[in-house]
Design a protein around this ligand. Structure first.
Ligand code: G3H
Ligand code: 13P
Ligand code: ZN
Length: 326
């Protein structure tokens, strides 16, 4: 059993309280490899933003959760080095934890925050599973995110055709009976690069968000599936041999609006994938003689860093909040 506190990580409690009070959201960026981790840390140090490093099931399968935990520990030291010793607040979070055992193994390994995703269960089963994780996690001051409602799109290889929006009338009971620290909700965001179809009205249901906020005032809310799918990146990919058709994301203006409310964590992964892929495809097409991975992973890392700096400043509003005191 390793406590995240000995690794220099923090849980999300204080960060969320400040974010709700300050009208901004903490970035939750997924990482699977060194270049993504470097880009996230560089972006957040340079914008003085707190950050949540997320580890998904895909990341655990691809890179191994023990290795990813050690990389996050290294990221704490790396952030200090980049910032002249001060560092930034870093949360290591399990994204979409499927069950109690997975959450427990991450907590025991040194994660400071976990999500138990019981959104596919019945209301009562979701409460029971989430409560079990909370009881274990809180013994070690690890924070827990639960979820109510189902996002459309692909999640852990399961495809939901339609959104099942979170029901505002259920959130108060869920939060009270589970003891969760934050709640992920479904209001029309979805995972991946194909969030809307051409001809759809690409809007999220901010009205449902506001209803939910009335039920649990000031309680930390999380938005998954919040990539905006920048069209300039899609064009670069397609101009360099890619085939992404009709990829449409969430408008950044809507996310900025949500971040001003009790939404205090915004999950972004797909936009980073697009930025890296665009940079790599460009090198591959323009310099076919290159075969040193650093020559294409380097530009991909720079593109990711620039994207996440801009997100922190313009969309989440988290820039400059690394050292907030109250
Ligand atoms: O929740 C979805 C994230 O983008 C992670 O996806 O399991 O393919 O890494 P992944
Ligand atoms: P995107 O696919 O929209 O980036 O969402 C990522 C996410 O929700 C991770 O949990
Ligand atoms: Zn998600």
């Amino acid at each position: 059993m390793v406590s995240y506190k000995t690794l220099g990580l923090v849980n999300s409690r204080e960060l969320f309280r400040r974010a709700v009070d300050g009208g901004y959201a903490i970035p939750a960026y997924n990482f699977n490899n060194m270049e993504q981790l470097q880009a996230i840390i560089q972006a957040c140090v340079e914008t003085q933003s707190p950050v949540i490093l997320q580890v998904s099931k895909g990341a655990r399968d691809y890179a191994n959760q023990t290795l990813l935990r050690y990389m996050a520990q290294g990221a704490v030291e790396y952030a200090k080095e980049l910032s002249g010793g001060k560092g930034i607040p870093i949360v290591l979070h399990l994204d979409h934890g499927p069950d109690f055992e997975t959450c427990k193994s991450c907590i025991d390994l040194g994660f400071s925050s976990v999500m138990i995703d019981g959104s596919h269960l019945s209301f009562e089963e979701n409460i029971a599973e989430t409560r079990k994780v909370v009881e274990y996690a809180h013994q070690f001051d690890v924070t827990v995110e639960g979820e109510l409602g189902v996002l459309a799109g692909v999640e852990d290889d399961v495809k939901a055709e339609k959104h099942t929006y979170t029901r505002p009338e259920e959130v108060d009971e869920f939060v009270k009976r589970t003891g969760v620290d934050s709640l992920a909700i479904a209001i029309g965001t979805s995972h991946g690069a194909y969030k809307f179809k051409p001809g759809d009205d690409p809007k999220i249901r901010l009205d449902i968000l506001h209803e939910i906020e009335k039920m649990i005032p000031g309680f930390p809310i999380v938005l998954h599936g919040s990539s905006s799918v920048p069209q300039d990146q899609v064009q670069i990919i397609n101009a360099n041999g890619g085939k992404l058709k009709d990829a449409i994301g969430i408008g950044e203006d809507q996310l900025r609006e949500a971040a001003k409310s009790a939404v205090c964590k915004i999950n972004i992964d797909s936009d980073g994938r697009l930025a890296m892929t665009a940079a790599i495809r460009k090198v591959m097409c323009e310099k076919p003689e290159e075969f040193d991975p650093r020559k294409y992973l380097g530009p991909a890392r720079t593109a990711l860093k620039e994207l996440y700096k801009r997100k922190n400043i313009e969309v989440l509003g988290s820039a400059g909040h690394a050292y907030d005191q109250n």
